[in-house]
Design a binder for this molecule. Structure first.
Ligand code: MN
Length: 276
């Protein structure tokens, strides 16, 4: 077995997006522009309503997927095709924007803690113009593997329990074939077999965890080397995300992510012409 090591440690940068929502940008900032297939990772966490109340008013997306995973609070989303719903603590929304949607993501609370992540996952050329699709699952629909020393929530991908039974996350049929786990480790070690060439990261959002003999601080992402096993130690909570690289040119203009400048210009024209 080849253990995954740390290629880079990236600290989330304070940023603001939407209508003034304060967040930490972890992927998609100068220290880590792109971790193919992952275009962006934001953590939003605040119990100050002024930090989140503005939400993310109507905006378009084309050419990739947005993933919202909530730890606390409630967010309502609605799009221009009549789809709407509520993402609550412990739940996930995996939205494949494909050829285009216009949506808003707004807090459904006026006080209290709002905490979660938004991850952007790229699509390969042949899927960038596919029809939009949602995969939405509440907390109860996300399987949890109880460990002697913690818990793993399986949002996407699959892991094996001690008896060899597979637990499979509900998000399926995604081009990047992602694994998305939420690990809550109380003590000791966690060992995870991983597809060896899948690119990925560990992002620590609470407590203290170490891997590859290095201690991560809260708000830090460890970009992983290839390898078929990941080992973490300590008492902390982290998301572990791996995916298959897409290995195509990336041309991004805000919420449009395509393969060429001509496709970006087309996206802008289509958006302005009301074709989303
Ligand atoms: Mn959005």
């Amino acid at each position: 077995m080849q253990k995954r090591t740390i290629r880079q440690i990236v600290t989330g940068l304070p940023a603001s997006d939407g209508a003034g929502v304060k967040l930490k940008r972890v992927i998609g900032q100068p220290d880590l522009r792109y971790l193919d297939p992952f275009l962006m990772l934001d953590e939003f966490r605040s119990d100050q309503p002024g930090d989140y109340i503005g939400g993310f008013p109507a905006h378009p997306h084309r050419g990739f997927e947005t993933v919202t995973y909530m730890l606390a609070g409630k967010m309502r989303h609605a799009d221009n095709h009549g789809h709407s719903g509520i993402i609550e603590a412990g739940g996930v929304q995996w939205m494949t924007a494909g050829r285009g949607i216009i949506h808003e993501e707004m807090p459904m609370q006026e006080d209290g803690l709002m905490w979660g992540f938004q991850l952007w996952v790229n699509l390969p050329a042949e899927q960038k113009m596919r029809a939009p699709r949602y995969q939405e699952f509440g907390s109860a629909q996300i399987p949890e593997l109880k460990l002697a020393n913690g818990l793993v929530r399986v949002v996407a991908g699959r892991i094996q329990d001690a008896e060899g039974q597979w637990l499979e996350g509900p998000v399926a049929d995604i081009a990047a074939q992602p694994m998305f786990l939420d690990l809550r480790l109380e003590s000791g070690d966690f060992l995870l077999p991983t597809a060896s060439d899948w690119v990925g990261f560990v992002y620590l959002y609470q407590g203290e965890l170490s891997l590859d003999e290095r201690q991560l601080q809260v708000g830090q992402l460890a970009r992983l080397s290839p390898g078929d096993e990941l080992q973490l130690q300590g008492q902390g909570r982290a998301i572990i995300v791996l995916g298959k690289p897409i290995a195509e040119p990336v041309v991004q203009y805000g919420p449009f992510v395509m393969n060429s400048q001509a496709e970006i210009e087309q996206a802008i024209r289509d958006y302005q012409a009301g074709k989303f």
